[in-house]
Write a protein that binds this ligand. Structure first.
Ligand SMILES: O=P(O)(O)OC[C@@]1(O)O[C@H](CO)[C@@H](O)[C@@H]1O
Length: 471
């Protein structure tokens, strides 16, 4: 009896001690955060209207990302490299061990820079984009050249470019894609779903209804990235697409259909890709539908020049996907892969040349000035489809627009041709939404915009003759 009471009181004491220790550590963290916010002029407000997103707004996804998500992602990278070292040494040789030590040390230093809100550093070396990046960094104002004071878009792009620079400096791992295993796993884990989707979406009936369904498949596949929604898409994805309709805040898919059916031949459609895995698979399926129904003569894919935002598609990812599909043991997948190879061979599909604009800090309004050849190339298309949230932020310049403002206005002169955005919402800027949308959604869940649950299909339509915006 007594011993039981003893055990219980000991237990109580230890639980009480644990609780008070937790409370104490939370208080220490809160104090440290207050000191940090004071020192780095973090304002306890939400993002201000009509200015760029930035970590200096405490109540922003930018602050949460820079304070928590980015340091955590860098820590997870270091853990991955430790765990995966044997495999890397198998591929690159045992001396890769020394490169990995240096890389992990550099990633740790980068994480410290973020957490201490240090100034952005210039890049060294001879990569094709170094000069452009250094010119950009050098022209940043004093109040815009640190992690928490910069435009959020700039900070995030800079971080992923710094990661690439760390690997590029190594002797053996300079061309290693440190996100490739994640992207491969994200693909191999959805093979059954890919087969179901191929079977469920087969048939190339040229109809508005079928086109809209293909476009929505491409949209909702954007929920599957490796930084926000790390879990694989639901196995019942096709059946659930009907339920996703209630999450579609803007549906201009009918306008997109009209752009293509009224376009003059030859019709090119450009897809500025986002994530590898199920999203790339869905984009390839959409592209096949455009070719097979005659809605487009060519589909041109724009991918990233370097590993980007964990799951973004690089040229290597795109070519790996084509090989993976056509060599798969599942008949329907292999047949799809063989068709894709045919489209690549007859140039119905074009994988555009590596272009560093997409991994630069510049938003789309800068393209005409900084890379006019890309802008002209896009203008050859009848439609450019921008996939995902980061591309959306680049269209909007990471500016916190009135959420009812028209897309054409928010693109600030970027208008090479009709522009379509297929975006699941994973950051706190929007445009073209119906009045009261944000208030209503925020009442239910103040963080709804961070989940990718809601989506938009938006388009800015260019008049074929005048070049004016129609929608
Ligand atoms: O472009 P995607 O894959 O749809 O999303 C990119 C993203 O995960 O990265 C940023 C936050 O770190 C946001 O723009 C968004 O959440």
């Amino acid at each position: 009896m007594f011993s039981d009471k003893m055990d219980q009181s000991t237990e109580l004491t230890s639980q009480t001690e644990i609780d008070s220790a937790v409370v104490h550590s939370v208080k220490i963290q809160e104090t440290e955060d207050l000191v940090f916010n004071e020192k780095h002029q973090i304002f306890d407000i939400a993002p201000r209207p009509h200015v760029e997103l930035s970590g200096h707004f405490l109540r922003s996804f930018a602050y949460f990302t820079l304070k928590h998500r980015s340091p955590m992602m860098l820590g997870e990278m270091i853990s991955f490299l430790h765990d995966y070292e044997p495999k890397i040494m198998e591929t690159f040789g045992s001396y890769a061990h020394f490169d990995l030590k240096r890389i992990c040390w550099s990633l740790q230093l980068l994480r410290d820079e973020v957490q201490e809100n240090q100034e952005f550093q210039l890049f060294h070396g001879k990569a094709p984009d170094v000069e452009d990046w250094n010119r950009f960094i050098s022209t940043l104002d004093e109040d815009r050249n640190r992690w928490f004071s910069s435009v959020w878009l700039h900070a995030e792009c800079y971080m992923y470019r710094r990661i690439w620079a760390i690997f590029r400096r190594s002797d053996l791992l300079s061309s290693y894609d440190y996100f490739s295993q994640k992207k491969i796993d994200a693909t191999t884990s959805v093979v059954k779903l890919m087969r179901d989707v191929i079977m469920g979406m087969r048939g190339m009936l040229r109809s508005q209804e079928k086109f809209q369904r293909m476009l929505k498949l491409s949209l909702w596949s954007n929920r599957c990235d490796l930084s926000i929604n790390k879990q694989a898409p639901d196995a019942q994805f096709l059946k659930l697409m009907a339920d996703y309709e209630s999450d579609l805040l803007v549906d201009q898919s009918a306008d997109v259909w009209r752009v293509l059916t009224e376009a003059w031949d030859p019709v090119y459609v450009d897809i500025v890709c986002d994530n590898a895995g199920f999203e790339l698979f869905s984009d390839l399926l959409l592209a096949e539908y455009l070719i097979e129904t005659g809605l487009a003569l060519k589909v041109r894919f724009h991918v990233k020049a370097i590993p980007w935002f964990i799951s973004d598609v690089t040229k290597q990812d795109f070519l790996w996907m084509l090989r993976f599909l056509r060599s798969h043991k599942t008949a329907e997948i292999a047949a799809f892969g063989r068709r894709l190879r045919r489209y690549m061979r007859d140039r119905s599909f074009v994988l555009c040349d590596t272009c560093y604009f997409w991994t630069s800090p510049h938003d789309c309004s800068q393209m005409k000035k900084r890379l006019p050849c890309l802008y002209v190339s896009l203008s050859e298309a009848a439609l450019v489809i921008f996939k995902g949230d980061l591309n959306y932020r680049k269209l909007l310049g990471d500016i916190n627009w009135d959420y009812t403002a028209p897309l054409i206005e928010c693109m600030r002169g970027f208008f090479p041709t009709s522009v379509c955005a297929l975006r699941t919402i994973k950051s706190d800027i929007y445009c073209g939404l119906p009045i009261c949308t944000v208030e209503w959604l925020s009442e239910d869940d103040p963080q709804w915009m961070r989940t990718g649950k809601k989506g938009v299909i938006q388009v800015a339509v260019m008049h074929r003759l005048s070049g004016d915006a129609l929608v």
